[in-house]
Ligand binder design. Structure first.
Ligand code: IMP
Ligand code: MG
Length: 220
């Protein structure tokens, strides 16, 4: 809609609040404003710490995609009991929903790694809680919230391979292909996204935002 039309409708809408009682035309324009111009529910802009974020992937689309990934992983592991290794903290929601949609026998365990400080990768992967499950001969699927540079996955792959699992695959809800410099394939990827900081659905910005159900992208 051209800016002039928007201004006109906005003006009439405000005017309509006062004149609507006398002139039905203004009532119509006021309703047009409310229905079409008002931001849609869920397409919100939020502030977390010092940054603004806008809705990027709606919760229902996240759920739909997680379900699709779970169906595919179930099909690919029909004759096995795979072991999911979820990377805390970020992957806790993805792991939980994926498990709930997984239609077969599966186990899950957790590892806690960190590589991000604020909105930037620190370049180093710190191991905060290590694996306490025997993975020898198991079909392992790493669950990540997001693969960015790929350092976390690289670190994890090297650490897990020593324990001789039958196979290691990677499932990540999000992937930033422009930032990824790793050599391991991301076997199950929910969404490929641009190289911009995101939060929500487990992903945080300095501790906040994990509880949001939609995924938000930083405003540039
Ligand atoms: P990588 O080691 O560079 O691939 O980074 C992976 C980890 O950094 C993820 O598991 C996240 O915890 C964190 N991370 C990377 N990108 C983002 C982002 O856009 N928002 C929030 N956390 C991120
Ligand atoms: Mg993570």
């Amino acid at each position: 809609m051209p800016a002039s039309a928007l201004t006109q409708i906005t003006f009439h809408s405000i005017a309509g609040l006062r004149l609507g009682v006398k002139n039905p035309r203004y009532v119509f324009e006021f309703l047009t404003f409310v229905v079409f111009i008002k931001p849609k529910r869920g397409m919100a802009s939020i502030t977390v710490h010092d940054h603004q974020f806008k809705t990027y992937i709606a919760s229902k689309d996240v759920q739909k995609r997680v379900k699709e990934l779970a169906v595919k992983i179930t099909e690919d592991h029909r004759d096995d009991v795979p072991l999911f290794i979820a990377v805390l903290n970020g992957a806790f929601r993805f792991a939980s929903d994926l498990m709930s949609y997984y239609n077969g026998e599966a186990e899950i365990t957790f590892i806690r790694l960190a590589s991000y400080t604020g909105t930037k990768s620190s370049g180093k992967v710190r191991e905060l809680a290590s694996l306490n499950t025997d993975i020898k001969g198991r079909r392992v699927i790493i669950l990540e919230d997001i693969v960015d540079t790929g350092r976390t996955i690289e670190h994890l792959m090297e650490a897990l391979k020593i324990h001789e699992p039958a196979d290691i695959k990677v499932a990540s809800l999000l992937l930033k292909p422009e930032a990824y410099t790793g050599s391991y394939p991301i076997d199950y990827c929910g969404f490929e996204i641009p190289n911009l900081f995101v939060l929500g659905y487990g992903l945080d910005y300095d501790g906040l935002g994990r509880n949001l159900n939609d995924i938000y992208q930083i405003n540039q």
